[in-house]
Design a protein around this ligand. Structure first.
Ligand code: ATP
Ligand code: HSE
Length: 298
């Protein structure tokens, strides 16, 4: 039996659209064992009432990609999922599913794929690298796609950085949240994000929290997504002064606050603002982690 624990991830980190992502201390478990025949999938936790349990399941489909590459064909599989990452909320649930499937299948089939190949394959399945790379590697990961290859670099999370996520009680698929994005942006907005991403990375590398606070802003995706997340504009504006910065986590609707302290107060304030806009939500103090996927074997 192979068991893997895959972290949630928060993509974009404000200005780093499709480029930056960070692992969070919230793990899904995927347990896989070979059986004599067939496919059995059991889901506990998030998605137990909605995820498919046949060959269409994203984890199984990801596993099949590895088995095909490795030339390894198990007679049957039993897959047990314990999902702690809510679905379609901006916390990398699809990346966790893909990465969990790829890594479990790779382990079962003799670890023929190296980390670079897993990053490339996970990115091909997900469509962009910014969640799958930190789900595999942990920490903060900068990534870009060049043809069929991903160029990436992991940075350690600054020691004092804490995060609070506020998760509204509805799903927003990444597909839908990408449909509202423009095909072209103003030159000045591109320059804004370039400069802020550069400053953010420098702040993260040098543990300069003042710089991180200046840098956590965006003009490429958040303005276009505000209509999909009632209260987002107010949260970005009103919670900013209590924190280092606030951003949409991935494609939303979850909002993430970066801070040095006062996590509970910040979490409650975000819940209150969503409530003023008619949305139920809850907050989680789920800090960044340098630990990516964990492989446990029985
Ligand atoms: N544990 C899982 N097992 C199988 N499929 C999953 C699992 N978790 C998520 N998925 C699939 O991924 C979909 C959600 O992916 P989507 O990209 O829309 O959101 P997300 O990954 O949670 O958010 P974001 O990419 O913004 O961080 C689900 O609707 C489901 O099809
Ligand atoms: N960079 C992606 C992350 C969500 O999967 C987006 O914002 O659409």
């Amino acid at each position: 039996m192979i068991k893997v624990e895959v972290p949630a991830t928060t993509a974009n980190l404000g200005p780093g659209f499709d480029t930056l992502g960070m692992s969070l201390e919230l793990y899904n478990e995927v347990e896989v064992s070979e059986i004599e025949e067939g496919l059995e999938i059991e889901v506990v936790g998030y998605g137990s009432d909605e995820l498919t349990t046949d060959e269409s399941n994203l984890i199984y489909q990801s596993m099949e990609r590895v088995f095909a590459k490795a030339g390894y064909f198990p007679k049957g599989l039993k897959i047990k999922l314990n999902n702690r990452i809510p679905l379609a909320r901006g916390l990398g649930s699809s990346a966790a599913a893909i990465v969990g499937g790829l890594v479990a299948a790779n382990k079962l089939s003799g670890e023929k794929l190296l980390m670079d190949q897993l990053v490339d394959l996970a990115t091909e399945i997900e469509g962009h690298p910014d969640n799958v790379a930190p789900a595999l590697l942990g920490g903060v990961v900068i990534s870009t796609v060049k043809g069929s290859k991903v160029v990436y670099k992991k940075l350690a999370v600054p020691a004092k950085l804490k995060t609070v996520v506020c998760i509204p009680d509805y799903q927003l698929s990444t597909v839908k949240a990408r449909e509202v994005l423009p095909t072209e942006v103003a030159f000045k907005d591109a320059v804004f994000n370039l400069s802020h991403t550069g400053l953010l990375l420098t702040g993260l590398l040098t543990e300069d929290y003042t710089l991180i606070k200046e840098a956590l802003d965006d003009k490429l995706h958040q303005p276009y997504r505000q209509n999909l997340v009632p209260g987002l504009a107010e949260i970005l504006r009103e919670v900013k002064s209590d924190t280092l910065g606030v951003a949409i986590s991935g494609s939303g609707p979850t909002v993430i606050a970066f801070t040095l302290d006062d996590e509970e107060k910040i979490g409650k304030k975000m819940v209150d603002i969503f409530a003023e806009h008619g949305l139920d939500s809850h907050y989680l103090i789920t800090n960044p982690t340098n630990q990516g996927i964990i492989i446990l074997e029985d």
